[in-house]
Design a binder for this molecule. Structure first.
Ligand code: SF4
Length: 423
C-alpha cells in the first residue's frame, strides 16, 4: 500500500486543506506515514504570512532535496500560500519538487492522481473524513478582498469566494453523522460570508441553518473583522443555542495612526464601541484578538496606546505577532521596516507579560464554578476539552468520554488552562 506524509504550517485554513488532501489520498488507497522517509508522496502545505514561517518551509524543502536524491521515485508536492502564480520561479528554486498547486487548486492534485490511475478528487466526499475529530474545521469561504497593508493573503488566496450555504449545511450534516460534535466555520473574514453570493445570505443565516442540525452540539466561527461584525450576527451568537459565546476579533493595533497605516478601516474608538455592543448583547462572551507589534513607524507612544487598549479591553486571549515585511504587500513597498528586531521582541514580550496577568485574573474567576466541557481527547492521564468560551480544561473523568459534554468543577486555574474534576 502506498503511503503519504503531509506537513502543515500556518492557519486553520491550511489545516482544513491538508485534512481534505488526506481524505482524498486515503480514499485513493494510501495510508498515512509517520515520516517523509517512509512515504511515496510528501506534501508540504506552506505559510508565508510571516518571514519566520517561510524560513521553516524553505528549510523543510531543502531537507527533502536529499530524500529525493536517494529516492527519485518519491513525489514531493508543495501547496499553501507559498505557491502563487509564479510557479516557474518556484520550479527554478526547488527543482526536486514534482508538483505545485495553489491553495484550493484541487484540479492539479486530482490530475496528478488520475495520471497514476487513481480516482480524481471529489469535493463532496473528500471534505468529510470517515472518522472526523470531535471539533472539525469547515472552510466556508476562501480568499480576502481587504488588502490590509501588511498581509499577503489576498495576493496568494485571491478574492473572497463564499461557498454555497446548502453545500456547507450538507457537509456539516455528514460530519455529524460520522461523529463530529462541533464545527468551526472558517474564513479569512468569516463575517463577510455570503456578500459575493447571488442571494446574499450572511453568516447569521448560515449559523441559523447549521444550528438546526440534529446531533451537532456546538458551532464556532473564525476569524471576524470589526467592519463586518453586524448587529444581526451578534444577535445570532446570543440567540442560537449551539453557537458558542466566543468571538475572535483582531484589533491589530490600539493607535489610530498605526491602524490607518495598516489600512484596517476602523478606529480604536469604533472598535471599542463594537466591543461594548457585543458585551451588552452577549454578556458572557469570550473575546480573543490579534495584535501586531513593531509595525513600520510605530512609536513608543503608539505602542503604549496599544498596551492601554489591551489593558482596558481585557481580552481572554491575545495572539501576538512581531511585524515582518512580506513581499508584494503595500507596507513592504511603501514603508520602511524601521523598528529593530530587539525592539519588536521587547514589545512582544511586554504584551505577552501583561496578557498573561489578565488571562490569569479572568480564569481565576472560574474557581469553584462548574463549566460545560466538550471532551476532545486524553493527555497524560487526564481528559481535556473546551468550554463554550474556548477555555482549555483538564480533568479526571471516567472511561470513554470523547465527544461527550462533561460538567467539570474547576479547582485550579492558570493563564493558560483550567483544571477540575467531573461532577
Ligand atoms: S482581513 Fe486583512 S489581515 Fe485578514 S486576511 Fe484579509 S488582508 Fe489579511
Amino acid at each position: 500500500m502506498k503511503q503519504y506524509h503531509i506537513w502543515t504550517i500556518g492557519c486553520q485554513m491550511n489545516k482544513a486543506d491538508s485534512d481534505q488532501v488526506a481524505n482524498y489520498l486515503r480514499r485513493a488507497g494510501f495510508r498515512q506515514a509517520e515520516t517523509a522517509e517512509e512515504a511515496d508522496l510528501v506534501l508540504l502545505n506552506s505559510c508565508v504570512v510571516r518571514e519566520h514561517a517561510e524560513v521553516k518551509v524553505v528549510n523543510r524543502l531543502n531537507s527533502l532535496k536529499v530524500l529525493k536524491k536517494s529516492r527519485p521515485d518519491i513525489t514531493i508536492a508543495l501547496t499553501g500560500c507559498m505557491v502563487d502564480s509564479r510557479i516557474d520561479d518556484l520550479k527554478r528554486r526547488f527543482p526536486w519538487v514534482d508538483l505545485f498547486f495553489r491553495p484550493q487548486q484541487w484540479e492539479v492534485l486530482s490530475g496528478w492522481g488520475e495520471s497514476r490511475g487513481l480516482p480524481g478528487m471529489d469535493q463532496g466526499e473528500d471534505s468529510v473524513p470517515h472518522n472526523p475529530p470531535v471539533s472539525a474545521y469547515v472552510p466556508i469561504m476562501h480568499g480576502c478582498d481587504s488588502f490590509c497593508s501588511y498581509c499577503v493573503v489576498p495576493y496568494r488566496r485571491g478574492k473572497a469566494r463564499s461557498r454555497d450555504l446548502d453545500e456547507i449545511r450538507c457537509q456539516v450534516q455528514n460530519l455529524v453523522q460520522r461523529g463530529a460534535k462541533e464545527v468551526v466555520l472558517l474564513g479569512q473574514i468569516v463575517d463577510a460570508y455570503g456578500h459575493d453570493l447571488p442571494s446574499k445570505p450572511d453568516l447569521a443565516d448560515l449559523l441559523t441553518a447549521v444550528n438546526g442540525i440534529e446531533g451537532l452540539l456546538r458551532i464556532r466561527f473564525l476569524t471576524s473583522h470589526p467592519n463586518y461584525m453586524s448587529h444581526k450576527l451578534i444577535r445570532a451568537v446570543a440567540d442560537l443555542s449551539k453557537v458558542c459565546e466566543h468571538i475572535s476579533l483582531p484589533i491589530q493595533a490600539g493607535d489610530n495612526g498605526v491602524l490607518e497605516a495598516m489600512k484596517r478601516g476602523y478606529t480604536t474608538e469604533e472598535y471599542g464601541e463594537l466591543v461594548e455592543h457585543i458585551r451588552r448583547i452577549v454578556p458572557n462572551v469570550a473575546l480573543s484578538t490579534d495584535v501586531i507589534v513593531g509595525f513600520p513607524g510605530e512609536t513608543a507612544e503608539q505602542f503604549a496606546s496599544t498596551m492601554d487598549v489591551l489593558r482596558q479591553t481585557r481580552f481572554d486571549k491575545v495572539h501576538i505577532a512581531a511585524y515582518s515585511p512580506r513581499p508584494e504587500t503595500s507596507a513592504t513597498k511603501n514603508l520602511r521596516d524601521d523598528i529593530s528586531f530587539e525592539e519588536k521582541e521587547t514589545r512582544r514580550a511586554q504584551v505577552e507579560a501583561m496578557q498573561n496577568i489578565i488571562a490569569a485574573e479572568i480564569n481565576a474567576g472560574f474557581l469553584g464554578r462548574t463549566v460545560e466541557v466538550l471532551v476532545e481527547d486524553q493527555k497524560r492521564g487526564k481528559w481535556y476539552g473546551r468550554t463554550r468560551g474556548d477555555k482549555l480544561v483538564f480533568f479526571v473523568g471516567r472511561a470513554g468520554m470523547i465527544g461527550q459534554l462533561a460538567s467539570v468543577r474547576i479547582e485550579k486555574t492558570s493563564a493558560f488552562a483550567l483544571q477540575g474534576t467531573l461532577e
